[in-house]
Design a protein around this ligand. Structure first.
Ligand code: SF4
Ligand code: SF4
Length: 370
């Protein structure tokens, strides 16, 4: 496995990392994490919200189980947010880690994550889902997020600080210049490289750039028409190009993985020769000529859920992306079936929580033709 040149707690940050949002159960998580660790993929990005089914069944407890006996070999990160996952401070949710606006609450969240992961400390602790200046400034208030985190750091509960945001280049640069964060995690993939300038700036300033959504919420992990554009290029799939495109800049691709096949696919890709920036850019151009990248909006993160009407918003948009962005017409019938079940009352609950500020109600109307 190739590395980015950054290391945390003496462990290298590989060009591939594990986003822990898309696990599918305790056993699968263990298989994925163990396989990745054996192949040099060490960075684990957990949160108290991911895969939350109950206090005992969630990403943190699954990862805690998976790293038993190999804790010292992985780079373990945890996080909580001053925001609500969307663009507001919102209401405090102790279990899920949002709207954590005081030092005491941060402490509770840190202790909760330590308990669930069953570890003594984190290698990295992140200020999570900071998409606006208001949510960012909230962290620096007297008696707020930063104070709580710095106290925990002094006590040895965490070693390095990081930040995640969906905001743009100017904001990324501000966060980098703050001088306290050692990682910055932002959306970046073949169809949306708009934060390239910010990530390159982070690299220059020795802040580790981590690309979240490297497969555009799974869309670039689906098979489909655009793969044909890459025939005879040495690129085997859109996923292959997606991961090596990110690596070409020296960033780590934070890939969500739901099963061992995806983990093996990803680690195998990263054993292939690295692409230069120029090679990767030329291949991206070929890909974009065939994909309808401008139609891509939803990263299927699931922050908008649950919907009171039971609508599977990320599931619908994942199918829609496959059919309309990548041309996977074999999924059209499944999309039609999912669309026929949409009964949106336009309550607006989902839009408040979308980190990409998507107009979900309008998008669902367009999907249904309503
Ligand atoms: S609509 Fe927004 S919050 Fe919901 S899954 Fe898509 S990107 Fe995530
Ligand atoms: S606006 Fe529609 S899709 Fe969104 S939460 Fe309400 S009912 Fe569900």
């Amino acid at each position: 496995m190739r590395n980015t040149g950054f290391s945390f707690s003496g462990k290298p940050l590989a060009s591939l990392s594990i986003g822990c949002m898309r696990f599918d159960g305790r056993e699968q998580t263990k298989e994925i994490v163990r396989h990745c660790a054996e192949n040099g993929v060490l960075y684990l990005d957990t949160s108290p919200f991911y895969c939350f089914r109950s206090e005992s069944e969630n990403t943190e407890t699954w990862v805690g189980n998976a790293i038993k006996g190999i804790r010292d070999k992985v780079i373990l990160s945890a996080k909580c947010s001053t925001g609500n996952g969307g663009n507001e401070i919102g209401e405090y949710n102790k279990t899920h880690g949002f709207s954590v606006t005081t030092a005491d609450r941060v402490r509770e969240l840190i202790e909760q994550s330590l308990r669930r992961l069953d570890v003594d400390s984190f290698d990295v602790y992140q200020l999570w889902a900071v998409h606006t200046d208001e949510v960012y400034q909230e962290a620096f208030k007297k008696g707020g997020w930063l104070e709580g985190v710095m106290k925990a750091k002094e006590e040895g509960l965490l070693r390095h600080l990081g930040m995640t945001t969906h905001s743009g280049n100017a904001f990324i640069k501000t966060a980098v210049d703050q001088g306290i964060f050692e990682t910055i995690t932002v959306p970046f993939h073949l169809m949306d490289n708009s934060r390239l300038e910010g990530l390159k700036y982070a690299l220059e300033k020795n802040v580790a750039p981590i690309a979240m959504n490297p497969l555009a919420g799974g869309t670039l992990g689906q098979s489909g028409r655009p793969a044909a554009a890459l025939v005879n290029s040495g690129i085997e799939s859109v996923t292959d190009l997606s991961l090596r495109y990110i690596e070409s800049f020296g960033f780590s691709a934070l890939a969500g993985m739901s099963n061992i096949d995806q983990a093996k696919r990803n680690t195998d890709i990263m054993k292939k020769p690295a692409l230069t920036e120029e090679e990767a850019a030329e291949l991206r151009e070929r890909f974009l000529k065939i994909a309808n990248a401008e139609k891509f909006k939803c990263t299927t993160c699931g922050y908008c859920m649950p919907c009171p009407e039971g609508i599977d918003i990320p599931g619908i948009f994942k199918l829609w992306n496959g059919v309309n962005v990548l041309g996977n017409t074999e999924n059209s019938a499944e999309l039609d079936r999912a669309v026929s079940r949409i009964n949106c009352t336009k309550c607006g609950a989902c839009e408040k929580k979308c980190p990409n500020s998507l107009e979900i109600i309008k998008m669902l109307e367009n999907v249904t033709g309503g």
